[in-house]
Design a binder for this molecule. Structure first.
Ligand code: F6P
Length: 547
């Protein structure tokens, strides 16, 4: 059934590949409204893609054949849909606070609500100065984590900067000592608090940074352990690290790392913006969940965004997609989505262990506009590859005194999607050159450089303003999009075995770099590079020591 639909989709794509997207608007005056959907003020416009009524019908058939609706309900109900790890997938339970969800016969919501209450108590204590550091109220919080234990809170904390009224927040993720050193340098250890976030509490980058941060505190205060809190699902390990259980916030294994922002991993965000605003963020996610479960497919934002993704990657064959927030505070959104999408759907084996029959999810990349326009958009407009773009834009900013900036920003955002679709023909380019006084061969030569092929697809996500609620909607929208794409492809979007091999090899290379083992048995390149690092690293350290 599904294979027949894939075949029909390919045939339809081939048959319509040369048709200008702009013509679809001419043929159908209602296109802009028909190929758009809205949920509580969040608008998804996918009319500037080549998807037409037939493509949409076939794509919806794919979702049906893959059993998206049934698997969606299984996910919300706590069924163990993460089959390779035998776990439920219940990040949605962290934001749907009124319901009840059973895992192995136990209602997990009492625990969710109790943990949220503890988090709120802690956040309020820090923000009100009741939790004191040796030098006075906490002025700075350093959040240490990596991957899903960093990207979500770091992205969201930057996104909601207008709502910050707590202590200053800093995020350290990289094991490169430069990250920790540069972050700690301006801080006062007597006024600083550290939150270590690690689901497993074994991640080497996070644990190395946590130990070094503790050493930094220990050089200035008597009891550095009192300036630590931890977020983890490995409570035995947080205890072994010497952390006060009253300052440890646990979560269950049914919350995947890259889906964990909604619970204790979101603690730094809550400290920054207040528990009440954090609840508004949760409400935004819950609103998108309700929409995802109830809206018919032509109005269902996550489903439609996923179908657009499938059309561009698996049907049209575009290998990457660009995420372009015209919203400076969403600067970390592309990095966050890289983990969410590529760690979830960057797989070549289906959930049943067979080879995937078509490409995995795309490479996701991007930068905020308008900066990208002055960098990589050249390739997106005139390069040989088609890069489907996803624009995000607020109708209004948070700077009333700078409203003209926002209008310029919005004009640029709309202009990009318009230019990508419309392009500029050779005839138009020739007319342009003629108007500048060129003629003959020189006109021809110059005109060719000014041709834009156009017909390049994009979607636009438009929201009233980047509030906590709206951010919750946007993140949940992307989470469910990943789920739908993964389900259609037959993938398990909730494991990440592809990160393991590098971790193992790094572990076995450390003794080589420390000189405790030889690099014998490794490939020539790795052994030679390791030897060179040892020679230059040790030589430099000796010189510094002597100096
Ligand atoms: O390396 C990948 C990964 O396992 C991610 O999935 C996860 O978000 C990250 O590492 C951090 O893991 P932890 O929270 O256990 O430190």
């Amino acid at each position: 059934m599904a294979e027949a639909i894939w075949a029909r989709l390919s045939a339809h794509h081939r048959a319509t590949a040369g048709r200008p997207i702009a013509d679809l608007f001419a043929e159908d005056p209602g296109r802009a409204a028909d190929f758009a959907a809205e949920s509580e003020g969040l608008l998804l416009d996918y009319s500037k893609t080549a998807i037409d009524a037939r493509a949409l019908h076939l794509l919806a058939g794919l979702a049906e054949a893959a059993g998206v609706a049934g698997r969606r309900e299984a996910m919300f109900a706590g069924a163990p849909i993460n089959a390779t790890e035998g776990r439920a997938v219940l990040h949605t339970a962290l934001r749907n606070l009124d319901g009840s969800v059973h895992v192995n016969g136990v209602d997990v919501m009492d625990g969710v609500r109790a943990t949220l209450a503890r988090l709120e108590g802690f956040a309020l204590d820090v923000r009100a100065g009741r939790l004191r550091a040796p030098g006075g109220p906490v002025s700075d919080v350093v959040a240490i984590g990596i991957g899903g234990s960093d990207l979500g809170p770091a992205m969201a904390t930057a996104a909601l900067a207008p709502y910050h009224d707590g202590p200053r927040l800093h995020f350290v993720s990289n094991v490169d000592g430069a990250h920790l050193a540069d972050t700690l340098r301006p801080l006062d250890p007597r006024r600083t608090f550290v939150i270590v976030a690690s689901k497993t509490f074994t991640t080497v980058e996070t644990m190395t940074n946590a130990v070094s941060a503790r050493d930094w505190l220990a050089a200035a205060v008597e009891r550095p352990g009192e300036q630590f809190a931890a977020v983890s699902s490995a409570l035995d390990r947080t205890r072994a690290f010497g952390l006060d259980p009253a300052r440890v916030f646990g979560f269950e294994d049914w919350v995947g790392g890259r889906y964990s922002l909604w619970g204790p991993i979101g603690l730094p965000l809550m400290v920054a913006i207040s528990p009440a605003r954090f609840r508004a963020f949760l409400a935004g996610g819950a609103a998108m969940d309700a929409h995802f479960r109830a809206a018919p497919f032509t109005e269902n934002l996550p489903l439609l965004l996923a179908l657009v993704g499938i059309w561009h990657r698996q049907v049209a064959g575009h290998a990457t997609r660009a995420v372009l927030p015209y919203d400076q505070r969403l600067a970390r959104l592309p990095a966050y989505l890289q983990q969410l999408e590529m760690e979830s759907n960057g797989k070549r084996v289906a959930i049943d262990g067979t080879d995937l029959l078509r490409p995995s999810g795309p490479v996701v990349w991007g930068e905020p506009g308008t900066n990208g326009q002055h960098a990589f958009m050249q390739l997106v407009h005139q390069g040989t590859e088609v890069v489907p773009c996803e624009f995000l834009l607020a109708a209004r900013g948070h700077e009333p005194g700078l409203a003209h900036h926002h209008r310029l920003l919005a004009a640029n955002c709309l202009a990009q999607s318009e230019a990508l679709m419309r392009g500029r023909s050779l005839a138009e380019a020739r007319a342009l050159m003629a108007a500048r006084g060129l003629a003959g061969a020189e006109l021809e030569r110059q005109a060719r450089h000014r041709v834009f092929p156009g017909n390049r697809p994009s979607v636009t996500i438009l929201y009233p303003q980047l509030t906590p609620f709206v951010l919750g909607q946007i993140i949940a929208l992307y989470e469910h999009r990943v789920f739908v794409e993964g389900t259609i492809l037959g993938l398990n979007s909730f494991d990440q075995w592809g990160v393991e091999l590098g971790k193992e090899l790094a572990g076995s290379l450390l003794p080589v770099l420390e000189g405790r083992e030889h690099g014998r048995g490794r490939d020539g390149s790795t052994a030679r590079l390791a030897a060179r690092i040892r020679a230059l690293g040790d030589a430099a350290a000796d010189t510094e020591g002597a100096g």
